[in-house]
Design a protein around this ligand. Structure first.
Ligand SMILES: CC(C)(COP(=O)(O)OP(=O)(O)OC[C@H]1O[C@@H](n2cnc3c(N)ncnc32)[C@H](O)[C@@H]1OP(=O)(O)O)[C@@H](O)C(=O)NCCC(=O)NCCS
Length: 184
């Protein structure tokens, strides 16, 4: 069963799951509700129908460059048009984290979560959805996973092309293994 995690308690549990699955994520990797206006996160949880145990979770939210631009605009800064994300703030989302407990993998939970995210994001007006895979993950197994779900998966080292007329990756960001994206 998939539900949106709208409370801080649920998001803390999601964060706990991510901290178990991923080695190198920040302790604040899942935005709490106080920051929803800035990050517009969609946090979902997949629970066992029988035990209610949290088996999987995913987070998609505004890209860091867009949230940064929104913060600067709020503080009154005048931004050049290429750094002004206001017109595209609600039209994009970045798939930040998706994970399933090891013992629950290969049963379609990850696929169901991707489908749920896509439908929900599209209904909220999101038009481009993208993400990246870092070298510490099983990058070769994730390629077919994202391809099967209709993403364009770029070759290793290829830059993410401009989408909605904006760049989504800050030059300061460490280069991932590859990017993937999809128009909704
Ligand atoms: C990627 C992941 C979310 C998929 O969840 P899932 O419930 O197993 O997915 P599904 O059952 O719908 O699909 C299975 C596919 O997922 C991929 N997959 C399965 N286990 C994987 C793993 N450990 N690492 C990477 N991809 C994996 C494969 O493409 C697999 O298809 P295959 O059996 O044909 O090789 C899950 O494997 C996971 O949590 N991996 C570790 C965290 C991660 O890499 N997250 C993605 C980047 S944020």
């Amino acid at each position: 069963m998939i539900q949106i995690a709208n409370s801080d308690a649920e998001r803390q549990e999601v964060l706990g799951l991510f901290l178990d699955i991923f080695d190198d994520i920040a302790p604040n990797a899942v935005p709490m509700t106080a920051h929803d206006d800035l990050y517009k996160p969609l946090v979902i949880q997949f629970r066992s129908d029988t035990t209610q145990q949290l088996l999987g979770a995913a987070l998609s939210c505004r890209a860091q460059v867009a949230a940064g631009s929104a913060l600067m605009a709020k503080s009154g800064a005048q931004l050049p048009s290429e750094n002004d994300y206001a017109p595209v703030l609600d039209k994009h989302s970045e798939l930040d984290l998706i994970g399933v407990r090891p013992e629950a993998r290969e049963q379609g939970i990850g696929s169901q979560m991707l489908a749920f995210l896509e439908t929900t994001l599209a209904s909220r007006g999101v038009r481009v959805w993208f993400g990246n895979v870092t070298d510490d993950l099983e990058a070769d197994r994730l390629r077919p996973f994202y391809r099967r779900h209709g993403f364009t998966v770029l070759d290793d080292g290829q830059p993410l092309p401009p989408l909605l007329g904006r760049r989504w990756v800050s030059p300061a960001t460490a280069q991932p293994a590859y990017f993937f994206y999809k128009k909704l």
